[in-house]
Design a protein around this ligand. Structure first.
Ligand SMILES: [Zn+2]
Ligand SMILES: [Zn+2]
Ligand SMILES: [Zn+2]
Length: 163
């Protein structure tokens, strides 16, 4: 996943291709890093890639159950742990839900643009902002381990619909 994102989540785009390329990027990275994309992990990832909408663990568990890959919450949480730890998915705290990564490689910092109406999430990278935060934090003798910035608003479609 070294290429710049070629799809803008909130703009009309060829999502079939977007989804296919995202899956291919994860598969390539798994084989390069010798990571095992087990059936439950792949099932959760594919569910997240269907749309750019954030999904809850319960919704994802439904997918696992439908696919016959498990019906107990630990199955979905273990799959999510793998996807999160490897930077293939992100947790959106304010929605208590998850999205597939559309960016970057490995664990990385990101800024999430979260539509409060349709729960679609776009990932933007603002490294300059993150660097400023780290400098600011170190002035307070605080060591930053993880930055997760979530910006709430409306996507163009929801804003147009008068949501
Ligand atoms: Zn897409
Ligand atoms: Zn990401
Ligand atoms: Zn929206």
């Amino acid at each position: 996943m070294t290429e710049a994102p070629s799809f803008d989540v909130f703009q009309p785009h060829d999502h079939r291709r977007c989804r296919k390329e995202a899956l291919a990027a994860v598969l390539a990275e798994c084989s390069a890093r010798k990571l095992r994309l087990t059936p439950p992990r792949r099932c959760v990832l594919e569910a997240l890639l269907e749309e750019h909408r954030a999904m809850t663990a319960y919704e994802l568990l439904d997918r696992l159950r439908e696919a016959g890959l498990g019906s107990q919450p630990p199955v979905v949480y273990r799959a999510l742990d793998f996807l999160l730890a490897n930077g293939f998915a992100h947790r959106i705290e304010r929605l208590s839900a998850f999205v597939a990564c559309t960016h970057g490689e490995g664990a990385h910092e990101a800024v999430f643009l979260v539509c409060r109406a349709c729960r679609q999430v776009a990932e933007a990278s603002l490294p300059a902002l993150a660097r400023n935060l780290e400098a600011e934090a170190s002035e307070h003798a605080f060591r930053v381990e993880r930055v997760a910035i979530e910006v709430e608003g409306l996507c163009a479609r929801c804003a147009g619909a008068g949501a």
